[in-house]
Design a protein around this ligand. Structure first.
Ligand code: FMN
Length: 364
């Protein structure tokens, strides 16, 4: 089906195609069509289940941040077979992002370059949507980013504002315990690695991270994860992990997009400014998962270039407890989560693992 649909979508500008898919998914959400897809695409097998940072995931494959910026689609993405969705990036203030065009396919390279600039409806609107949406039936993380209008010096308060909206701190309880009664975030991912927002990646230095994460810990944010850039040099990753340790964070997400342009990119769009995702970053992201997993005991979420079961399995064996993807979905279509989950089961059997959790870090 997607083979027939893809040329039509790819004839549209990338962001227009994304909007079309987004509206289509929204239209079928909680309808018999969604039920039809759920019956065919959810792989129900206990061996795929993962427990991480106090949350139960029915399978390790999630939708990475940026696909559902305003938290409109978690339920239908669950019906496509995903085990979690990270919505956002959400900023304290609503913002339009950069001028279009700002998203480009590199078809020959199975990649995307984007400079969206964190367009989103803002923390108040997204929190309200999360709160008013019926239980989507899968963990939903919220990716929190710095508002364009906020100076780096005020970053801690800016991140805290968004956390407090999505956690509904009027109840003064952690995110996870709220979820049992309401429909808010199941984890918070602190995005300090978006290359398209002025100065944001500088927040990955130790001092800034301490200030931001300290503020969020103080506010009671838990589970709390940090998402890192693949462009960080090794000592900077080690510094970030020291902060993860100091503040007792719950996990690390590796990685965001890269501003690097690996040699060998063929598409003319390689010259566009922005963050590169997809196949060309797959190995770098897997190596960063390994680097992080070797140096921390907290769960690692592996992201970058995953488009098949072999790629997801490689990240798991390199130490990822969970795997996310975005660009792969654009190229492979809506059956991808099912295909990966089925492929994972085959690989677990082949290699004698009882479960995904058994295979996590097998290559370390
Ligand atoms: C169009 C687009 C928008 C994105 N927006 C965000 C975002 O708002 N926050 C974030 O942390 N990552 C964002 N990402 C990065 C993805 O979450 C992911 O880390 C990256 O694309 C690598 O995974 P992939 O190769 O599977 O796409 C975005 C990626 C794309 C392609």
């Amino acid at each position: 089906m997607y083979r027939a649909l893809r040329p039509i979508l790819f004839s549209l500008p990338a962001e227009t195609a994304h909007g079309t898919v987004h509206r289509g998914l929204n239209a079928i959400q909680r309808t018999p069509v969604e039920r039809f897809l759920r019956d065919r695409l959810v792989v129900d097998d206990d061996r795929l289940a993962v427990d991480a940072f106090g949350q139960s995931f029915s399978n390790p494959i999630g939708v990475a941040a940026g696909f559902d910026k305003n938290a409109e689609l978690p339920t239908v993405l669950g019906a496509l077979g995903f085990g979690h969705v990270e919505v956002g990036g959400v900023t304290a203030h609503a913002q339009p992002g950069n001028p279009r065009p700002r998203m480009f396919r590199l078809v020959e390279d199975r990649a995307i370059i984007n400079r969206m600039g964190l367009n989103n409806e803002g923390a108040d609107a997204v929190a309200e949507r999360l709160r008013s949406t019926p239980d989507p039936g899968l963990p939903v993380g919220v990716n929190v980013a710095l508002s364009e209008a906020t100076d780096a010096a005020d970053a801690p308060a800016d991140y805290r504002y968004t956390y407090e909206r999505v956690a509904d701190v009027t109840e003064r309880s952690s995110i996870a315990s709220r979820t049992q009664s309401g429909n808010v975030a199941d984890y918070l991912a602190v995005n300090v690695s978006c290359p398209n927002s002025e100065g944001m990646r500088e927040l990955q230095n130790r001092e800034s991270l301490e200030a931001i994460l300290g503020e969020l810990v103080d506010a009671g944010a838990s589970p709390l994860l940090v998402k890192l850039s693949p462009d960080l040099p090794d000592p900077a990753i080690e510094d970030a992990l020291a902060v993860v340790d100091d503040f007792d964070l719950d996990g690390v997400i590796a990685t965001n997009t890269t501003t690097d342009r690996p040699s060998g990119l063929e598409s003319p769009n390689r010259a566009e400014t922005g963050g590169l995702s997809g196949k060309p970053i797959e190995n770098r992201a897997t190596e960063m998962v390994r680097f992080v997993a070797e140096r921390t005991d907290v769960p690692v979420v592996g992201v970058g270039g995953v488009s098949d079961a072999a790629g997801a399995y490689a990240k798991i064996r390199a130490g990822a407890s969970l795997v996310q993807l975005y660009t792969g979905l654009v190229y492979e279509g809506p059956t991808l989560a099912r295909d990966i989950n089925e492929g994972l089961l085959e690989r677990l059997e082949r290699d004698g693992f009882d479960s995904v959790e058994d295979a996590v870090g097998a290559d370390l």
